[in-house]
Design a protein around this ligand. Structure first.
Ligand code: AMP
Length: 208
């Protein structure tokens, strides 16, 4: 089973995906993390991410395909952050069809704009452990040195606005197309991590 996880930045996709990976042993493909890792060895990509630019569709598709080919992974994947455009989706769909698999479920985590802004501006990364915390919804446990927590450049106000604008102009039209092609469920992302996870498990188990 392949799952697309969509939702505005800060909707909790990463948190939910990691819990699903633990439970069902899905392969987790997170485009942002993958690109940041790739950029550490690719100066041009590093510059374009730092400038807050979306990676062009054709380049993005070729990165994803060669990465998954290298891993030999075509099924049992949770895609987070990819596809983000209609063109990326069409390329992925054709590519999966060639492997005789498909996208079985699209999960949209819904949160309103105010919540997105509040959550993103309170997200912090622990540089030592790589763990991601949210000062409001998922604060670091006592013992974590708060001075080691940093904010991602693209979690700052100007970049947040830019990323939300992409979501509206690129992902919302993609969701309209997905509704006609596959099973799409919408989940209220403004609840506790546990409540959301329970709903996701119910939906996934229906398809197992
Ligand atoms: P994220 O962590 O998902 O917000 O992604 C971080 C950055 O990686 C984005 O701001 C984009 O520059 C780039 N990126 C991630 N996913 C994609 C994608 N599917 N297409 C193009 N660029 C992407």
């Amino acid at each position: 089973m392949n799952i697309l996880l969509l939702g505005p930045q800060g909707s909790g996709k990463g948190t939910q995906a990691r819990l699903l990976v633990e439970k069902y042993k899905f392969f987790y493909f997170e485009s942002g993390g993958f690109l940041r890792e790739t950029a550490s060895k690719n100066e041009e990509l590093r510059k374009s991410l730092a400038a807050g630019q979306l990676v062009p569709d054709s380049e993005m598709a070729s990165y994803v395909e060669s990465y998954l080919d290298e891993k030999g992974q075509y099924d049992n994947i949770i895609f987070d952050g990819f596809p983000r455009t209609l063109t990326q989706y069409k390329t992925l769909k054709n590519w999966l069809e060639d492997k005789n698999v498909k996208i079985d479920l699209v999960i949209i985590l819904k949160i309103d704009r105010q919540t997105t802004i509040k959550r993103l501006s309170s997200r912090r990364i622990d540089l030592q452990s790589g763990k991601i915390y949210n000062l409001i919804t998922d604060p670091p446990p006592t013992g974590v040195d708060q001075t080691k927590l940093v904010q991602r450049e693209d979690d700052k106000p100007d970049a947040i606005e830019k990323r939300l604008a992409w979501y509206d102009s690129l992902v919302l039209p993609l969701i309209d197309v997905l509704r006609n092609e596959t099973k799409v469920i919408e989940i209220n992302g403004e609840r506790s991590i546990e409540e959301i996870q329970k709903d996701l498990i119910t939906e996934i188990d229906k398809l197992k």
